[in-house]
Design a protein around this ligand. Structure first.
Ligand code: NAI
Ligand code: MG
Length: 353
């Protein structure tokens, strides 16, 4: 019997609702398989904890987390805490602390899902987001606060090492796909230092992957290409900020932000990797029980793959696709179903498999 130790951090808002649903689904999968088990440990690292105890992560918390096989994360963000505090003190503390530099974001229109984009069935992308430096390096500062002369800087930091490893990861991803295409997204016309380094290193790494068909697009232009010619792209590699933005667009074009999954990987497996739906805590629907849990289920598929549970991953993806195809949808997709309805329907499918 294989046992996987999973650290569960539901966080805030709908993060709590969709992670609870995800746990239920993967626990059932494990029981049905009879081949592996999950050992879940729940962490209360959230904005409630911050407001009560003054920190998201307790002292020694990151060291404790290091012993797990994977982290299953919901979302962080509260109307009572500034977003830059919640994001940096919890999510970025884990991603950067554990060198989860490869953020993988698949986008595809699932069966039965209506996208607002004509021709959206042609979307089948994997966006690779650099997840450790760039625009989210944290470098910068503010001086003369509150005075008319106030200055704020936000310095993007790109290192050859950081750029090369994400490009290599993206090329490997492209090699694993049928179409073997990779699009480089930067803004190296206006930003002439770090972005030019990104471009140069990309073309150097490309020499090691002659089978991969490559092209390059500026970030503003890629948004139009995603809408007008979605079929021309396969794997896309971009910086922390650019990929953050285009992956939300990718999710919306594929139907809803509530569907999209992501993996924050430390490919060397020196540290645990973290799996989360891409959405946030969604203040507008939190507590209503209507959040779409599909993003957290698809995220669980990525976690199962990472843990080597390929069979269970395929079973869950198939159950998700049958569920979306059934036409029973949550409100974000135009339906009336609740988080629980979708979860029960997926569980029923797994029971019957
Ligand atoms: P959001 O992703 O929370 O919500 C954007 C819109 O999408 C809302 O209308 C929401 O209702 C909808 N939506 C998101 N997930 C959904 C789901 N599963 N089912 C149905 N509808 C869904 O982004 P927003 O509003 O920009 O951020 C809210 C808070 O979340 C902020 O504090 C922000 O910093 C935080 N955030 C955290 C993230 C994380 O922990 N990884 C990612 C994005 C935002
Ligand atoms: Mg985002």
């Amino acid at each position: 019997m294989r046992n996987h130790r999973i650290a569960v951090i539901p966080g805030d808002g709908i993060g709590k609702e969709v992670i609870e649903a995800g746990k239920q689904v993967i626990d059932l999968l494990a029981k049905k398989s009879g081949e592996f088990t999950f050992d879940f440990e729940d962490f209360d690292w959230s904005s409630d904890r911050y407001l009560e105890k003054g920190s998201y992560i307790p002292k020694g918390g990151l060291q404790h987390l290091a012993g797990f096989d994977a982290i299953y994360f919901g979302a962080v963000g509260s109307q009572q805490v500034p977003d830059h505090v919640s994001l940096w003190d919890l999510r970025l503390a884990i991603c950067q602390g554990y060198d989860q530099y490869a953020n993988v974001r698949p986008a595809r229109v699932l069966p039965g899902v209506k996208s607002r984009l004509h021709g959206s069935e042609k979307i089948d992308w994997i966006i690779i987001r650099e997840n450790s430096e760039g625009e989210y390096s944290g470098n910068g500062g503010r001086v003369h606060q509150g005075l008319p002369e106030e200055v704020g800087t936000e310095v993007s930091v790109f290192t050859r090492k950081g750029v090369e490893r994400i490009h290599r990861f993206a090329f490997e991803m492209a090699m694993s796909r049928q179409r073997k295409k990779l699009t480089l997204v930067t803004k190296s016309n206006a930003q002439r230092h770090g972005m030019v380094l990104w471009d140069e290193v990309f073309f150097e790494v490309a020499k090691d992957y002659p089978e991969v068909e490559i092209d390059r697009e500026l970030v503003d232009a890629v948004t139009t290409r995603m809408v007008l010619k979605p079929e021309t792209m396969d794997v896309i590699v971009a910086t922390n900020l650019h990929a953050d933005i285009i992956s939300d667009l990718a999710a919306a074009l594929s139907g809803s932000l509530g569907i999209a999954p992501t993996a924050n990987l430390n490919p060397e497996r020196k540290f645990p990797s973290m799996f989360e739906p891409i959405h946030g805590s969604a203040f507008d629907i939190s507590g209503k029980g209507i959040a779409n849990p599909i993003g957290s289920f698809w995220t669980a598929v990525m976690m199962l793959e990472h843990l080597g549970e390929e069979k269970a991953a395929k079973q869950l993806m198939a159950a998700i696709e049958r569920q979306t195809d059934s036409g029973i949808q949550t409100a974000d997709l135009g339906g009336k179903a609740t988080t629980r309805d979708i979860t029960e329907s997926i569980c029923k499918d797994i029971e019957g498999q």
